[in-house]
Design a protein around this ligand. Sequence first.
Ligand code: MN
Ligand code: MN
Length: 463
Amino acid sequence: MAKKSLWLTYSPEMIQKMNDFCEGYKQFMSVCKTERECVNTFIEMAEKAGYQDLYACVKEGKTLKAGDKVYASNRNKMLMLAQLGEEDLEKGLNILGAHIDSPRLDLKPHPLYEDSEFAMFKTHYYGGIKKFQWVTLPLALHGVIAKKNGEVVKVVIGEDPSDPVLGISDILPHLGKDQRAKTLGEAFTGEDLNLNIGNAAMPDGEDEKDLVKKNVLRILKEKYDVEEDDFESAEIEVVPAGAARDFGLDRSMVFAYGHDDRICAYTSVMAQLDLADTTPKKTYVTLLVDKEEIGSVGATGMHSKFFENCMAEILELTGSYSELKLRRMLSSSAMLSSDVSAGFDPNYASVHERNNAPFFSYGPVLHKYTGSGGKGGSNDATAEYIARIRNIFDQADVRFQLAELGKVDQGGGGTIAYILAQYSMDVIDLGIPLHNMHAPWEVAAKTDIYEAYRAYKVFLEKI
Ligand code: MN
Ligand code: MN
């Protein structure tokens, strides 16, 4: 089948719908820059669509039946949405999965210090970043400070137009001789990524030491009622400041922080919530996980038992829990593990093999396998499963592309696909192509965002 750009196949009505959809996406991306912010926003959206808290249902001993909708939050950093179908749960679920953590800088447990009359924050990068991309940018702080009294203080600094922004400095080119002689990897180290947060030395009685740092602590105390030690129990993420924007003179793309992988998370949630008023045949599940960028580890990563536990609770509330039934349910399920892909970039054409590269505006990308060094660490979906997906997408006129991440020996990457595949369920990677993946600002095509959302709905309803 000859493929062409979605711009040449979308009707004016479709283009209007796509633009409306992307306005909502940009608003979401401008506000939700941490996994916690995503979970909070998705719960609000789900509750509006009639979803109930699974744990509240467990507590009240409620019975669940077809058409009921529940969500479960794991420590406000991982989220499961389920809409129960008519078919016996042991026949399997239709699952959408994506991750909601993104590469960034985290504040260290003891971040604050003063050097040469600047107050500074030490950071520790999270996920695969190119460190040189994070200097001389306006940066914001998003996160929480958990106090010993149990209170959790939410922090957002740098997003309101009246807020200050923070930043990491770089050396001027005039004095950059030594820096220029280094490789990209050597020129910026993790310990160099220190955030400049102030320069005002304010008088503090007789004391003349660290007056800039003390002033910053005074400001934090006034605004958030926190002490310096409270950073020991904080999760403060340093992220690019500012809103998601249209990109291109023709406004055909979206420029945002954290497309990887909130672009798949948002489109998946929107697809499932759009179907909220139906009673499906199969049970729909959307699973949004934390920690993908650091190996899917921890209690809120895909390797945790959270998803399996949620499914056991749901089986119990439908009055049909057994270990065997749970296993049958999981192994009969079908999943789209959604994560972004490396869109062909004319500036860096040499890392792609054109016949198997994903292109902007050709729809979401199915990856039979990811991995690196000879498919190492990949899930490698079966030909039969891919044929089923091709069939439902073609029947619904959903456009997609089959591709690899890049040239065979150029590198590679992984997703959560292989972890769900451990249940012996059918899983394949599907994602949206990006430029600048893992950079502070990433780029995606509006057509691909809208087409992925259409693809998710078809998958939930038809697979
Ligand atoms: Mn990703
Ligand atoms: Mn990533």
